[in-house]
Design a protein around this ligand. Structure first.
Ligand code: HEM
Length: 197
């Protein structure tokens, strides 16, 4: 039986639900005209966020969770040169990582995206013919270990400080991560416009 969600996980889900919906609605993966060139531009923008953010996570993140190497390999498979990858623009306005509490909030977003990645992996294989060695490795970065890594991360969340200030800092960092990612992707012009309903 899976353990029931920790209060911190419930707070993260509730606190970031609207952020996830906003970003998902603007990402172009399922657009009619989305092609490999647009996918490559999107992945370049992902790199510009993940590479500097993972560097900031430093020792808070176990090395086996690094996702920048998969993004680099994907961009190489999509025919970017090492020099082009090294000179991609990098996001400067990153969420602040001050302590374990804020690192956990950032990691919740990055780790959770491996779950949505399972949906995107299948869609990009069907629509663009991309697979793990031809440009879509990042979408399935943990492969068969996706479920295990997510549960291990949830264990770490379950052991986090239960102090209200620490839990609030984790949720704040997760919201900041979603917001700065969406802002960055918007600046890179790879998102659809916000729809006003
Ligand atoms: C079109 C793009 C996306 C789709 C279709 C998508 C879809 C999903 C789906 C289906 C889940 C639930 C998976 C499950 O419970 O097994 C999920 C969870 C999640 N996604 Fe996304 N996602 C997308 C983009 C993103 C992005 C870009 C991020 C962050 C950078 C993200 C962060 C998360 C997080 C944090 C969760 C975990 C929620 C939880 O269980 O607590 N997603 N996504």
């Amino acid at each position: 039986m899976p353990a029931s969600p920790s209060p911190l996980l419930l707070a993260l889900r509730e606190g970031t639900l609207a952020c996830h919906q906003s970003l998902e609605a603007r990402l172009p993966f399922f657009d009619a005209g989305f092609d490999t060139a647009a996918y490559s531009r999107l992945l370049q923008a992902y790199y510009g966020f993940h590479a500097p953010l993972e560097a900031c996570l430093g020792a808070y993140q176990e090395p086996l969770r690094a996702k920048t190497p998969a993004l680099t390999q994907d961009l190489q498979a999509l025919k970017l040169s090492a020099r082009e990858i090294d000179t991609l623009p990098l996001c400067q306005a990153l969420p602040a990582i001050r302590d374990e509490a804020s690192a956990l909030g950032v990691m919740y977003v990055l780790e959770g995206s491996t779950l949505g990645g399972q949906v995107l992996k299948r869609a990009m294989a069907e629509r663009l013919g991309l697979g793990p060695t031809s440009g879509a490795g990042f979408l399935d970065v943990y492969g068969a270990l996706t479920g295990r890594y997510w549960r291990d991360f949830l264990d770490r969340l379950g052991q986090a400080s239960t102090a209200p200030a620490a839990q609030a800092a984790t949720v704040r960092a997760a919201v900041d991560t979603f917001e700065s990612f969406e802002r960055w992707l918007g600046q890179c012009r790879v998102l659809n416009p916000v729809r006003i309903s």
